[in-house]
Design a protein around this ligand. Structure first.
Ligand SMILES: Cc1cc2nc3c(=O)[nH]c(=O)nc-3n(C[C@H](O)[C@H](O)[C@H](O)COP(=O)(O)OP(=O)(O)OC[C@H]3O[C@@H](n4cnc5c(N)ncnc54)[C@H](O)[C@@H]3O)c2cc1C
Length: 382
């Protein structure tokens, strides 16, 4: 039987993370409005507060395992709107994870500990990596790769030390798709201005350009595209947790507001015994629980058997749609107050929306699930 019972230590960690997220919420609106200002690596209050991640790592044996507790902590921390400590965000530097997974000894030695963003999306290539047009051509005379192209909507573009860039390579007769580490300061590599976007406005997101950018042979990682894209099997559940963090914040806020307005939330009454707003609210809570349990199952599965593409897609697809619907429903339930910038609810609604775009929009994750059920290949069902 699968047990989702938490240990006392896990509860302690979660309470710590929740309390810190509540402090972070005081800064959330400011950075939502001032998206071009960088959030500090630590909020001022962090200097006299414990570091939740290092506390967790020191006693990881007392938890359900890192995949699960990491995700549960995310669910708490993201609700802050801005990170209490940026170091809690190491798991989202997917380029760093690719070095760990696919790099040779020399590459690991050089880039372990560096923060590396992932740069796949370009104009005309997001959901479909086979449309990527950025090129890396091998120059035999100087023994360099020459990179040309552009990437858009890259998370952590400014915060990171380097980008892991997906490009088509040409080396003599060899052609294919691969990934290249491009360090900050490399001639021809530019990071654009902070993007002004709908949600997660305080998050560092920018475009990248590469013009005759020369890279040593070491900077190309060897690994086929299947192994490279497998990184998303671990990261999609984390994005699901991010979306659910917004949904839960919205539910908590709306529950308090409904109770304050005299609405009775009776869990035993059945639909016929509930007022219309209470019925709608309980349905929203139930859809949160369904998506949250799917996420827990995926992380449990990962901790037992390794990350799985279809599990990750199911979690991302269900949390993506649940987070969008729940935050929208909470706004609708509170009427005009729900849309006011005096509260964070309208921000969580916008933030939840973008979670259903990156790392595969819902449509793409549902395609992955459908292919698996129907036993179709990607070319048969696309
Ligand atoms: C806040 C944010 C952060 C991001 N961070 C990063 C990052 O760090 N690195 C990075 O590389 N990218 C990043 N992205 C880009 C993101 O991954 C892409 O936007 C996403 O993969 C979708 O690709 P696209 O924008 O090209 O849309 P498209 O692929 O053009 O899709 C447009 C719409 O069509 C739908 N669609 C596409 N193909 C199909 C199909 N076969 N069947 C049915 N529907 C389909 C999609 O679901 C979507 O709704 C980020 C985006 C955002 C918003």
């Amino acid at each position: 039987m699968i047990s989702f019972e938490m240990s006392d230590f896990e509860r302690e960690l979660i309470e710590m993370a929740r309390a810190q997220a509540q402090i972070a919420q005081r800064y959330a609106r400011y950075f939502d409005k001032h998206h071009d200002e960088r959030v500090p690596d630590e909020l001022p209050e962090a200097c006299d507060q414990p570091n939740v991640r290092s506390t967790m790592l020191a006693r990881v044996a007392e938890t359900s395992g890192e995949p699960i507790i990491d995700m549960l902590l995310y669910l708490e921390e993201i609700a802050g709107g801005v990170p209490f400590r940026a170091s809690s965000n190491e798991s989202i530097f997917l380029g760093s994870k690719l070095v760990h997974a696919l790099g040779n000894e020399e590459q690991k030695k050089r880039w372990t500990g560096k923060r590396i963003a992932i740069a796949l999306t370009e104009p005309g290539a997001g959901s479909d990596p086979s449309s990527i047009r950025t090129t890396a051509v091998w120059d035999q005379s100087t023994q360099h790769w020459i990179l040309n192209g552009e990437k858009i909507f890259i998370s952590l573009a400014n915060t990171s030390d380097a980008a892991m860039v997906f490009a088509r390579f040409v080396k003599g007769d060899q052609k294919g798709m691969s990934i290249f580490v491009v360090e900050k300061g490399t001639a021809g590599f530019k990071v654009g201005a902070q993007l002004d976007k709908l949600g997660q406005r305080s998050w560092d997101t920018a475009d990248l350009s590469f013009i005759d950018c020369r890279l040593p042979a070491l900077n190309k990682l060897d690994g086929n595209m299947k192994d490279t894209l497998a990184i998303f099997n671990r990261s999609r559940p984390l994005v699901a947790a991010i979306g659910l963090a917004y949904a839960r914040s919205a539910l908590d806020f709306t529950r308090d507001a409904l109770l304050a307005a005299g609405c009775v939330l009776d869990y035993d009454a059945g639909s016929a015994g509930l007022s219309a707003p209470a019925d709608r609210f309980l349905r929203a809570e139930a859809s949160f629980e369904a998506a949250f349990l799917t996420l827990l199952h995926t992380k449990w599965h990962e901790s037992k058997f390794g990350a799985d593409k279809v599990e990750a897609a199911m979690t991302k697809a269900s949390a993506g749609i649940a987070a969008r619907r729940i935050t929208q429903e909470c706004m609708a339930l509170l009427g005009a107050a729900g849309a006011s910038e005096d509260q964070l609810l309208e921000m969580w609604f916008r933030d939840a929306r973008v979670c259903d775009i990156y790392e595969g929009p819902g449509e793409i994750n549902r395609l992955i699930i459908a292919r698996d059920f129907l036993k179709y290949s990607a070319s048969e069902l696309s």
